[in-house]
Design a binder for this molecule. Structure first.
Ligand code: 0O2
Length: 221
């Protein structure tokens, strides 16, 4: 009987993960569509890359343990918002907000929460914009809303987060305190550079407008 119960639990878990995967690909498709449309219109990609992942069972287990929630299939949906995760890496900060606005305003998307760690970075220096969304998936007999977490960050923020993530999961680091301080300082510098790069792009873009105006003049003269 215990074996039967376990088999049922495994099947329920697999079914839940399948639903998260479907929702994740729905949101990814939406982002791919926006990327295609905007890159055709503006001649540049609003994002550089996109990564998807379903949280590994062991990470899920650890996160639930950290939160003091018993690891049961029925507890996952109500307590964990990042089982399905999408990471969107942009060149510029304004593209992050533009994409996030376009996505959250779509008819079939429900916005659950925005965590703006760009405006309000974490004490570690972590910056990203997180959207917790719900999207419906259509199965043979059901329609079910599933949660997906989308993390938007710049290339530089991603570079920082990967290094900091490594440090977080590595035990017995010498100078850990100094490294943490250094990371925090670097996060601020990255933020300044991100903003500077955007200003430069804006100056280049406004130059482009002038150029195309003068070209138009020549065409009509
Ligand atoms: P992993 O291994 O990347 O998946 P909540 O999800 O709201 O119940 P949580 O987890 O505190 O609570 O939410 P939060 O702070 O929005 O963080 C969710 C995810 O953002 C994390 O997932 C990380 O991916 C990333 N993140 C948040 N803070 C930091 C940070 O200081 N440094 C780095 N490198 N990443 C961060 P996980 O599950 O913690 O980890």
């Amino acid at each position: 009987e215990q074996l039967l119960r376990m088999t049922d639990q495994i099947q329920d878990f697999q079914e839940l993960m399948m639903k998260y995967e479907c929702a994740m690909y729905e949101i990814k498709t939406k982002l791919d569509v926006l990327n295609k449309e905007l890159s055709l219109r503006n001649n540049r990609n609003p994002f550089e890359s996109i990564k998807t992942r379903i949280k590994a069972p062991i990470s899920l287990f650890e996160k639930m343990q950290r939160k003091g929630i018993p690891f049961k299939v029925e507890n996952i949906k109500n307590n964990i918002s990042d089982v399905a995760g999408i990471r969107v890496i942009c060149s510029f900060i304004d593209d992050i907000y533009m994409l996030a606005d376009c996505l959250k305003d779509q008819d079939d998307v429900r916005l659950i929460e925005i965590k703006d760690y760009i405006e309000n970075p974490k004490p570690s220096g972590y910056r990203s914009l997180h959207l917790i969304l719900e999207v419906p998936i259509f199965l043979t007999h059901d329609k079910e809303f599933m949660t997906v977490e989308v993390q938007f960050r710049t290339i530089a923020m991603d570079f920082w987060a990967s290094l900091e993530h490594k440090m977080k999961y590595k035990k017995d680091i010498q100078d850990a305190e100094m490294i943490t301080e250094d990371l925090c300082f670097s996060a601020d510098m990255i933020n300044q550079i991100d903003r500077r790069m955007q200003q430069i792009r804006e100056r280049i873009d406004s130059g482009k407008v002038k150029d195309s105006l003068s070209e138009t003049k020549i065409d009509f003269s």
